[in-house]
Design a protein around this ligand. Structure first.
Ligand code: AHR
Length: 504
C-alpha cells in the first residue's frame, strides 16, 4: 500500500473560511429555472411554484449564496421583462442559448425563492448589450426603499421592502468572443469602473465583482486582468475566475490532476491583483470570486443536436460519474487551501444544468458531485489550517501530481477538526498518517468516504443511490497519531472532535 503524510499545526492557519465559497449558480438556461427550481402546477411544487423537493436538497447542502440570472444569459437580459404582472411579461428570443425565454420567473420570484432556500443572492448586471444606465436602474429597483421611479415600480409590483442585495457581478465573461456585447479589456475596464461608481452612488454598501478571464486558456489571460484592474481597482472588491474541466479522452489520471491547473490559475490571479495593487500604491486588497467552476463535458455532443428557439430544453445536462465527484472534491480542497484570497466561489450550476441536483416531473435526486459539495459546505466552515501533504505522485499533463489531495479545517468553538482528502489512485488504497498530539482528547467522530469500483458509475432517478457515501471504519488514533486507510479512488471526510461525556 502507498503511504502519505499530512502535517498540520493549530497556529499555522491560512484563513477563516468565508461561507460564500460554497455558493452555487442558477442561470436562465435549460431546465435550471423552468422545471428545475420553478414548476408551477406540479404536485411537487408549493403555491408559488417552487419545487419543494429541490428546496429540500438545497437546504441539505446549506447553499449559502446563489449567483443569478447568468452566465451568458445576463449579457442580453432585460430584467424589466421579468417583473410585474406575469400575464404582461413578454416572451423573448434568447440568443445566448438559442431558446425562448418566457420571463415567467424573474428578479422578484428569485428573491422570494432565495428566502425559501435560506440562501443569499449574488446578482449580475448586463454589461453586454446594456451598461451603466441599466446598472443604475436595477440597483435602484432592488435597494432603494421608495420615492423614486424604480423603487416605486417595485412597490407597485407588490414588493414593499427593498431587497437590499449586497453582492453584484459587473457583467459576465466579458473577455469571451462568444459573449453578447463582448469587450476589449480597456472597454470593459472603463465600463465596469463607471457602472460600479454609479451603483455605489445609489447604494454605497454593496460589494462588486469585476470579470476576470473565462479560463486560464484564454489568449488574453493575464493582460485582461491587469488592464481591467488598472481601470476599476478602486471601485471593485473581487475579480472573477471561471473554469471547467472534462475527460473526453478518458484519461483519468490527467483528469484528476486538473485541480493543479485550478491551483495555478488562483496563484496567477492573486499575483496579478497584487501587482496592480503595488503599481497603484494601494492599501486595498482585491480578493477572488471563483464564480463558475465544475466538470463540464458530458453533454457537449447532445447539445449540438438541440432544436433552436424552444423553451427550457434539456441543455447542459451532464450526468456525473464517480470520477467527476473525485475531481469536484479536489477542486473544493483547492479552493479551501486558498481561503485567504478566495472569498466567493460558485459551483456552476445548481439544478439540472451541469448540476449536483437533477429533476424530472416526478422527483429530484443527488448526482455524484452533490456529495463532496454538500460535505464541504456542511463540515468545511471554520479555520483552514496550512496542510502540508507528503504523498507519492504520478506524472500528469500538469506535471507531478500527488495521489493525495488534502486540507484540514478546524472549528475552535465546536472543538472539531475535519480533514477532507482525495485518493486519486484508482487502483490502490492509500495509508495516510497525521500527527494530532496538539489535539489531545480528540476522537474520530466519523470517517465518510465516497468510493466505487466503477469510476464511471452514475446516479439516476431509477438508481439514485448507486454512488453514495458510506462509513469507513479503518481510521484510528493511536498515541496522538491518526492513521487512515483511504480506499482506491475515494473522497473522504474525516471528522474529529472532543467527545463530550455526560455531566461535563
Ligand atoms: O455555466 C454555463 C456557462 O459557462 C455560463 O453561462 C457562462 O458564463 C460560462 O461560459
Amino acid at each position: 500500500m502507498k503511504e502519505a503524510r499530512i502535517s498540520i499545526d493549530r497556529d499555522y492557519t491560512v484563513a477563516e473560511t468565508d461561507p460564500r465559497i460554497y455558493g452555487s449558480f442558477i442561470e436562465h438556461l435549460g431546465r435550471a429555472v423552468y422545471g428545475g427550481i420553478y414548476q408551477p402546477g406540479s404536485p411537487l411544487s408549493d403555491e408559488r411554484g417552487f419545487r419543494r423537493d429541490v428546496l429540500e436538497l438545497i437546504r441539505e447542502a446549506r447553499v449559502p449564496l446563489v449567483r443569478y440570472p447568468g452566465g451568458n444569459f445576463v449579457s442580453g437580459y432585460h430584467w424589466e421583462d421579468g417583473v410585474g404582472p406575469k400575464e404582461k411579461r413578454p416572451s423573448r428570443l434568447e440568443p445566448a442559448w438559442s431558446v425562448i425565454e418566457s420571463n415567467q420567473f424573474g428578479l422578484n420570484e428569485f428573491m422570494e425563492w432565495c428566502r425559501a432556500a435560506g440562501t443569499e443572492p449574488m446578482m449580475a448586471v448586463n454589461l453586454g448589450t446594456r451598461g451603466v444606465e441599466d446598472a443604475k436602474n436595477i440597483i435602484e429597483y432592488c435597494n432603494i426603499e421608495k420615492g423614486s421611479y424604480y423603487s416605486d415600480l417595485r412597490r407597485a409590483h407588490g414588493v414593499k421592502a427593498p431587497h437590499n442585495i449586497r453582492l453584484w457581478c459587473l457583467g459576465n465573461e466579458m473577455d469571451g468572443p462568444w459573449q453578447m456585447g463582448h469587450k476589449t479589456a480597456d472597454e470593459y475596464g472603463r465600463t465596469a469602473e463607471e457602472a460600479g461608481r454609479i451603483m455605489r452612488m445609489v447604494d454605497p454598501d454593496i460589494e462588486l465583482v469585476a470579470c476576470g478571464s473565462s479560463s486560464l486558456a484564454m489568449p488574453t489571460f493575464g493582460s485582461w486582468e491587469e488592464t481591467v484592474l488598472e481601470h476599476c481597482y478602486d471601485q471593485v472588491d473581487y475579480l472573477s475566475l471561471h473554469t471547467y474541466y472534462g475527460n473526453p479522452e478518458d484519461n483519468t489520471p490527467d483528469f484528476l490532476a486538473s485541480s493543479l491547473a485550478m491551483d495555478d490559475f488562483i496563484r496567477s490571479v492573486v499575483s496579478i491583483c497584487d501587482c496592480v495593487k503595488a503599481k497603484k500604491r494601494s492599501k486595498k486588497q482585491i480578493n477572488l470570486s471563483f464564480d463558475e467552476w465544475n466538470v463540464w463535458y458530458h453533454s457537449n455532443e447532445e447539445d449540438k443536436k438541440l432544436e433552436r428557439w424552444i423553451q427550457a430544453p434539456h441543455q447542459l445536462e451532464d450526468i456525473y460519474n464517480h470520477e467527476d465527484a473525485l475531481l469536484v472534491g479536489s477542486m473544493l480542497i483547492t479552493l479551501l487551501r486558498h481561503a485567504d484570497r478566495v472569498k466567493i466561489a460558485c459551483l456552476a450550476q445548481l439544478v439540472n444544468v451541469i448540476a449536483p441536483i437533477m429533476t424530472s416531473d416526478t422527483g429530484a435526486w443527488r448526482q455524484t458531485i452533490f456529495y463532496p459539495y454538500m460535505h464541504a459546505s456542511v463540515y468545511g466552515r471554520g479555520t483552514v489550517l496550512n496542510t502540508v501533504v507528503k504523498s507519492p505522485s504520478y506524472e500528469s499533463v500538469y506535471g507531478d501530481a500527488p495521489y493525495l489531495d488534502a486540507v484540514a479545517v478546524a472549528d475552535g468553538e465546536r472543538e472539531t477538526l475535519t480533514i477532507f482528502a482525495v485518493n486519486k489512485d484508482m487502483a490502490e488504497e492509500l495509508s495516510v498518517t497525521c500527527d494530532l498530539r496538539q489535539y489531545a482528547g480528540y476522537e474520530i467522530l466519523e470517517h465518510l468516504e465516497l468510493t466505487h469500483t466503477d469510476r464511471k458509475a452514475v446516479n439516476t432517478q431509477a438508481a439514485p443511490d448507486a454512488v453514495k457515501p458510506s462509513a469507513n471504519s479503518r481510521s484510528r488514533i493511536d498515541a496522538g497519531r491518526l492513521t487512515a486507510v483511504l480506499s482506491a479512488g475515494s473522497w473522504n471526510v474525516i471528522r474529529l472532535g472532543r467527545v463530550k461525556t455526560a455531566g461535563k
